[in-house]
Design a protein around this ligand. Structure first.
Ligand code: TYM
Length: 332
C-alpha cells in the first residue's frame, strides 16, 4: 500500500467545513487503499504564538475531530508532530537547502506577512513550508491529501526532495498532492469569492464543525447568494449558490446535477433550508462523538502515544540516512 501523509494545525477550537470537505473526508477514504499517517501539526501552530493552555487543548480537540470523522488509529498512524523530534531536526537540514528567495515567494507567507506587517511576522512563519516538507519527506509519502491552498507548499516539497536527491543520491520519495477538485476550495458563506478560513473569514462566513447548531443553521440561511433566482452550478457567475451546492453534494452524496434538477423552480431559501438540515444531520452526531473523546483525555493521549511510537519507527531511519549522506559524524 502506497504511503500518504497529511496534517492540520491546531490553531482553532474547531475545524471548519473547508478543513473537513477539502481534506479530512479524503483522509478517511484513503485509509483503505493506503498506509496513512495523519498528524496534528502543533509545531506549525507555534507560528501564531498561541497561549500555551489553549494550544494544548486545541491539540487534543483536533485529534478528537480526526477520530470522530473516522480516522481509525488501528489502520492509520495518528500522532502529534512534536512527539516525533525528527520533524524539527529534518527541518533544520532542509532549511539549508532552501533558497531565501524561494521561501519568500510562498504566497501564504506573503499573505500572512502582509497581514501582520513584515516586522510583526516571525521567522517560523517564513520557514513554515520547510517544516511541512520535512513532515512529508520523513515518511516517504507518495501522496499528500490537502486542499487547493496547499498546492504551492507541495511544489516546494517536491523541489526540495529532488534537489536533495540530486546532490546526495536517491533519499526521498517525491510526493504528489492529492487534491479533489470538487471540494478543493470551500468558500466563505459571507464572501463566496474568498476561501473559508479560520482566521480570514468574514464574521458570518465560517462554519465550524463544533459550533452551536443554531448558529450554523443561521449562517447557512444568511449565506450571500446573488440577485437572480435560478439555482444552477456556475462558480464564475454564481459563486455563492455554487458553493452551497458543493457543500450539499459533498455531505449528502447527491450529485450536483441531481441537486440542480431537484431544485428546479424552487428558490434560494429552499436550498439553504435543506442544506442547513444536511449540515446539522452531519454535525450533531459528530459533536457528540468529539465530546466522548474529549471526556477521556487520558485515553486520547494514550492513542496519540502509540501513534507517535509508530511514526517514529518510520521517521528515525529516514533522518539517520539523511544525516549519514550529508556527512554528519555518527554518534556512538
Ligand atoms: P491547515 O491547518 O490550514 O488546513 C488543514 C487542511 O484543510 C484544507 N483547507 C481547505 N480545503 C478546502 N477549502 C477550504 N476553504 C480549506 N481551508 C483549509 C487545507 O488545504 C489543509 O489540507 N500547512 C498545512 C498543514 C500541514 C500539512 C503538513 C499538510 C503541515 N504539514 C504536511 C499536509 C502535509 C495547513 O496549514 O493546513
Amino acid at each position: 500500500r502506497p504511503r500518504i501523509f497529511s496534517g492540520m494545525q491546531p490553531t482553532a477550537d474547531s475545524l471548519h467545513l473547508g478543513n473537513y470537505l477539502g481534506a479530512l473526508v479524503n483522509w478517511v477514504a484513503l485509509q483503505d487503499s493506503h498506509e496513512a499517517i495523519y498528524s496534528v501539526v502543533d509545531l506549525h501552530a507555534l507560528t501564531v504564538n498561541p497561549d500555551p493552555g489553549v494550544l494544548l487543548e486545541r491539540t487534543r480537540r483536533t485529534a478528537a475531530q480526526y477520530l470522530a470523522a473516522g480516522i481509525d488509529p488501528q489502520r492509520s498512524i495518528l500522532f502529534v508532530q512534536s512527539h516525533v523530534a525528527e520533524h524539527a531536526e529534518l527541518a533544520w537540514v532542509l532549511s539549508c537547502y532552501t533558497g531565501f528567495g524561494e521561501a519568500s515567494r510562498m504566497t501564504q507567507f506573503k499573505d500572512k506577512a502582509a497581514r501582520q506587517g513584515t516586522e510583526g511576522a516571525n521567522v517560523g512563519l517564513f520557514t513554515y513550508p520547510v517544516l511541512m516538507a520535512s513532515d512529508i519527506l520523513l515518511y516517504d509519502a507518495a501522496l499528500v491529501p490537502v486542499g487547493e491552498d496547499q498546492r504551492q507548499h507541495l511544489e516546494i516539497t517536491r523541489d526540495l526532495a529532488q534537489r536533495f536527491n540530486a546532490r546526495h543520491g536517491d533519499t526521498f520519495v517525491v510526493p504528489e498532492p492529492h487534491i479533489v477538485r470538487a471540494t478543493a476550495k470551500i468558500y466563505d458563506l459571507g464572501d463566496p469569492t474568498a476561501k473559508m478560513g479560520k482566521s480570514t473569514s468574514t464574521a458570518t462566513g465560517l462554519v465550524d464543525l463544533l459550533a452551536d447548531p443554531a448558529v450554523i443553521a443561521k449562517r447557512i440561511r444568511s449565506a450571500v447568494t446573488d440577485a437572480e433566482r435560478e439555482i444552477r452550478f456556475d462558480p464564475e457567475a454564481k459563486p455563492g449558490v455554487s458553493n452551497l451546492l458543493t457543500i450539499h453534494s459533498a455531505l449528502s452524496g447527491r450529485s450536483i446535477d441531481q441537486l440542480v434538477e431537484d431544485f428546479t423552480g424552487r428558490g434560494y431559501g429552499d436550498l439553504k433550508k435543506e442544506l442547513a438540515e444536511v449540515v446539522l444531520d452531519f454535525v450533531t452526531p459528530f459533536q457528540a462523538t468529539v465530546r466522548g473523546y474529549l471526556d477521556d483525555p487520558a485515553e486520547l493521549d494514550r492513542v496519540l502515544a502509540v501513534g507517535a511510537e509508530r511514526a517514529r519507527a518510520i521517521a528515525a531511519p529516514t533522518l539517520a540516512t539523511v544525516y549519514e549522506r550529508i556527512g554528519l559524524l555518527p554518534r556512538r
